[in-house]
Design a protein around this ligand. Sequence first.
Ligand code: ZN
Length: 134
Amino acid sequence: MRTPVLCVAAASLFVIGCQPRSSVGTSELQAEVAQLKADKAKLELKNTLLSRDLGKRDRIIHRFTCISNLRILDSAKEQWGMATGQPLGAQPSASDLSGYIQGGFYSLSCPEGGAYSLGPFGQLPRCNVPGHEL
Ligand SMILES: [Zn+2]
């Protein structure tokens, strides 16, 4: 006679467990769905803003890294011109400057894929990415 008692108890639990969902009204469910949609929209907005901040931060870091590279190139160009007695306007090559740059000329690269132009002795080197300049 124990089995029927357990069945009744299990059936009661099942019914009790199911009752809250079946007793929730349509308007309450609609309100819950609306709240979930609002929460989702807030999270999406936060993610968008966070992505923009990270992108902006990365661009700033890239610009400063590139400007640092341009300073190294400018310094190497000055050292090359002075050491080899070049007149103003002389055009150095990458290999001319490699001896004056730790790791060589090709160790420097713009983090945003820009191209460096050394320019003549007496003028500043440049990167072709806007905002990357000395
Ligand atoms: Zn650059």
